[in-house]
Design a protein around this ligand. Structure first.
Ligand code: NAX
Length: 328
């Protein structure tokens, strides 16, 4: 029998955690034959609530759940972790400036980066969901000098899935017809969901839509502002869909993306598509055996160039801000 894969999750008592943990424990991430040990990190005041979540995990009697550890010390919780899903972050509260948000999260992700560096397993892979996800991933990566930088990614898979869903609805086709979707740039309102390289049943998606006005003024803003629309409707931010995307992203990273398709992941740029080297920016990637590769050779027209550049500029500003704060 195989020994359990150790999956660390931070912010485990939060909204996303409440959906994510049960799906990981049930085998949605690693399949029905791979036991998982959950290692759950929370801040001290949330540990009691987390104990309640663990009671519920116990009560599911999941065959693939090989154990649960909880705690508030990342040095303990990340010990031996093979996969770390960094979901917990400090949300922006009323009156909080962007700099305040970056420094509050900076404190979290510098500490977690160091703890991963010192205690995680050699094959560790790290996915950051907590916002600002790209820059939090940059901070963690910069504070973990012994972990190869390609082991860090930030989540743009939810945006990717939202874009697929919007396009499928527009064209009246099942989501399974849509391939080669790309989210470029930052997981923020500046992100660029790209229909010029996506395909619908093998046909170019922008051509299939045939409506630049819809693409520019409906599709892009609907995808980019979907998070706000969900808060408006539900009174709380996306949680189950964010958990689902976190699973999709980690599963595809470890097990490989589908033949003839690609996925969107925010990863450290190697300079591809003129995105400055080292920025954690979303790209079209293929994955295999736990490694990702940026899809090369896509032709970028002026419209797409402008959109990518605008989002990358925002990432550079965030990087400059956390550099000024001494976090990287
Ligand atoms: P919640 O506020 O419900 O949960 C966050 C949890 O993190 C809380 O239980 C909190 O105690 C914990 N936490 C805070 N600091 C911590 C630390 N230092 N160590 C461990 N745990 C800590 O938020 P939730 O709705 O679950 O969202 C979590 C994060 O995901 C937020 O930053 C949110 O903005 C982000 N999102 C990212 C998305 C993406 O696509 N990348 C989409 C969904 C979501 O908005």
């Amino acid at each position: 029998s195989n020994s359990p894969v150790k999956v660390a999750v931070t912010g485990a008592a939060g909204q996303i955690g409440y959906s994510l943990l049960f799906r990981i424990a049930s085998g949605a991430l690693l399949g029905p034959d791979t036991p998982v040990q959950l290692r759950l990190l929370e801040i001290e005041p949330a540990l009691k609530a987390l104990e309640g979540v663990v009671m519920e995990l116990d009560d599911c009697a999941f065959p693939t759940l090989a154990g649960v550890e909880i705690g508030s010390d990342p040095n303990v919780i990340f010990d031996g972790a093979n996969l770390a899903l960094l979901v917990g972050a400090r949300p922006r509260t009323k009156g909080m400036e962007r700099g305040d948000l970056l420094s509050a999260n900076g404190a979290i992700f510098t500490g977690q980066g160091k703890a991963l560096n010192d205690h995680a397993a050699d094959d560790i892979r790290i996915g950051v969901t907590g916002n600002p996800a790209n820059t939090n991933a940059l901070i963690a990566m910069s504070n973990a000098p012994d972990i190869p930088r390609e082991r860090f990614s930030a989540l743009t898979r939810l945006d990717h899935n939202r874009a697929i869903s919007q396009l499928a609805t527009k064209l009246g086709v099942p989501v399974t017809e849509i391939t080669k979707m790309t989210i470029w740039g930052n997981h923020s309102a500046t992100q660029y969901p790209d229909l010029f390289h996506a395909e619908v049943g093998g046909r170019n998606a922008a051509e299939a839509v045939g409506d630049q006005e819809w693409l520019e003024n409906t599709f892009i803003p609907t995808v980019a502002k979907r998070g706000a629309a969900i808060i408006e409707a539900r009174g709380a931010s996306s949680a189950a869909s964010a958990a689902s995307a976190t699973i999709d992203a980690a599963r595809d990273w470890l097990k490989g993306s589908a033949q003839g398709d690609w996925i969107s992941m925010a990863v450290a740029s190697d300079g591809s598509y003129d995105v400055p080297e080292g920025l954690i920016s979303s790209f079209p990637v293929t994955t295999k055996n736990g490694e990702w590769e940026i899809v090369q050779g896509l032709e970028i027209d002026d419209f797409s160039r402008g959109k990518i550049d605008a989002s990358v500029k925002e990432l550079q500003e965030e990087r400059d801000a956390v550099k000024d704060l001494g976090l990287i």
